[in-house]
Design a protein around this ligand. Sequence first.
Ligand code: PHE
Length: 341
Amino acid sequence: MLDELKKIAEEVKAKLGEIKDSQELRDLELKYLGRKGELTNILRGLKDILPEERAKIGALANEIKLDIEASLNERRGAAVSADLPALDLTLPGKKPERGHLHPVSQVQEQLENFFTSLGFIIEDGPELESEYYNFEALNIPADHPARDMQDTFYIEEKQKGDPKNRLLLRTQTSPVQIRAMKKYGAPLRVVVPGRCFRYEATDVRHEHTFFQLEGLMVDKDISVAHLKAVLEAMAQELYGPGTKVRLRPKFYPFVEPGFNGEVSCFMCQGQGCRLCKQSGWLEIFGAGLVHPKVLLAGGIDPAVYSGFAFGFGLDRLVMLKYGIDDIRLLHGGDLRFLEQF
Ligand code: PHE
C-alpha cells in the first residue's frame, strides 16, 4: 500500500506538468481525489488494515492528499487564464451601429425649427379622419367635383351612421386647419406635418402614403403679402438667400384666392435646367387666403379675421433636394437607399 501511495504521488506530479487548461485540471482532480478517486479509495480502505500499520499509512496518505490539493490549487490560476483568448488591448473596438433620421424626418425637423422661430406652433391630427373634417368643413361638399382631385381610401363601416362621420384615411393635412382653429381660436399660427394617404396606382411620381406640411395663420388683416413673405422666408431657409417665390392662380375649394406656389430653381438659379424642365421654377406649394366658409367651420368670424394657408409634400422636397427620381424609394424601407442620407 505504501508503494501504491508513492506511485500516486509521482503520477500526479508528472501529470500536473502537462496540464493545459482548467478542464484537464478538473479531470486530474477527479481521477485522484474525486468520490471514486484512486487516493480516496485508499483512504477509504484504511479501516480494513491492521491498526499498527493504519497510523503510518494513514499519515502518509493524508500528507500526499494535502500535497496534491496544494499543487492543484497552485496550478488553477494558470489553467484558467489559459482558457481565455489572448487579450490584445491595441485591437480597435467594436463600433455599435447607430440609426439616423429618415430624410423626410430631417426636412420635417428643419422646417419645424424654422416655423417655431417665426412663432408658429406645431400641431398633430388624426390619420384616420372623418369625412367632415377632411372634405365638408374645407368647403368640399359631397357632390363637388373637387372630391375627385383626391382619390380616397374610405373605411368600411358595419353600421351606417351619419355620412358626415364616415371615416377615411386623410388625403391631406388641411383638416387640421379646422381642428386647430376650433381648439385655439384666433389669432393663430400653426404648422402641421403629417402622413397622408391617397388611393393611387403607384408609379415614380405617385405613392399611396406620403407626408405633407400644412401652414395656417389667422389674424386681423392678413393678406397675400403675408403669405408670400412667409413662403419666401421658408424657401430661402431651404434653398438659400436669393431664392424667389412666384404665386399663380389655382383653384382649391378651401382658399380664395388660391395659388400654385413656385420657387426659383435652386439648381440653375432660375436659368432653366433639367430639374425645372427649363422653366426656372419648381412647383412646390398649394396656398391661398382661407375661405370664409372654412373660417366659419373653425368657429372664427370672417368679418373680423382673415388668414392664409399653404400645404406641400415633404417627400417632394426631399426628392428635389437629392435628385431622387422615384418616390417609391422613400418609403420602401430599403436600407441600401436609406443609408445614403
Ligand atoms: N391640401 C392641399 C393639397 O393637398 C394643399 C393646400 C393646402 C392648398 C392649403 C391650399 C392651402 O393639395
